[in-house]
Design a binder for this molecule. Structure first.
Ligand code: PGA
Length: 248
């Protein structure tokens, strides 16, 4: 049985004071949460979450990193730096990075590889745009995004990774994929991996992301191939986030 994982993606939100309140609220309600829980926060707040969450049941991580180890890359942050702050997870290939910052499948595959080389766990985001869904090429797009990583790091690397299926049209829009729509893509992803390595496929955590709320989490997480979620907006409210965690 795969343990579900619910991860908050705070995106570019928060302040020292807001984070303090949010983390206190989440910590206070963790008693009856069975799923694994993590928060992925902006770089400047990693020290804060490390101090606050060390020794708790909540893991933490970052939302991006450089593909380079060190050097003249002004403004960039390396995997080793994230490791210094106790990160367990790093989101790579979020659709906002792909769309707004031009991250290609190859760059995302490079980032995935450096996260693993540092002993951290990549949360690899994949997903189609609305146009791609309407053109009925969802599986082609998601398959291509996965192949970039598998070709570079091998299918065995997925034993130390999380995949997040996030249809771009569902992110931050309030339009959630139906449980059937999500399940169908999750089954495609697991089936594709199973074709290469059955054991890796069975153990792979595949999260759903895109307008997950307390009101739809139970049904989504109840699907056979949905192993929790990557949560944006709803991760900024302790009660809402905890309710989603309890659905896992
Ligand atoms: P959302 O974001 O839950 O606000 O739709 C999810 C994500 O982008 O990871």
């Amino acid at each position: 049985m795969r343990r579900k994982l619910v991860a908050g993606n705070w995106k570019m939100h928060g302040s020292l004071a807001e984070n303090e309140n949010l983390l206190n609220g989440i910590l206070a309600g963790m008693g009856n949460v069975k799923a694994g829980v993590a928060v992925c926060v902006p770089f400047p707040y990693l020290a804060q979450v490390q101090a606050k969450l060390a020794g708790s049941a909540i893991a933490w991580g970052a939302q991006n990193l450089s593909q380079h180890a060190k050097g003249a890359y002004t403004g960039e942050v390396s995997a080793a730096m994230l490791k210094d702050f106790g990160c367990r997870y790093v989101i790579v290939g979020h659709s906002e990075r792909r769309a707004l910052y031009g991250e290609s499948d190859e760059l995302v595959a490079d980032k995935y590889a450096v996260v693993q080389a540092a002993g951290l766990i990549p949360i690899l985001c994949v997903g189609e745009t609305l146009n791609e869904r309407e053109e009925c090429i969802t599986e082609q797009v998601v398959g291509r995004q996965l192949d970039a990583v598998i070709n570079k790091s091998g299918v065995a690397s997925l034993a130390n990774a999380v995949v997040a299926y996030e249809p771009v049209w569902a992110i931050g829009t309030g339009v959630t994929a139906t449980p059937d729509q999500a399940q169908s893509v999750h089954a495609f992803i697991r089936g594709k991996v199973r074709g290469l390595d059955a054991a890796v496929a069975d153990g792979l955590i595949i999260q759903y992301g895109g307008s997950v709320k307390a009101s739809n989490a139970v049904e989504l997480f109840g699907q056979p191939d949905i192993d929790g979620g990557l949560i944006g907006g709803a991760a900024l409210n302790a009660e809402e986030f905890l309710a989603i965690c309890r659905a896992g």
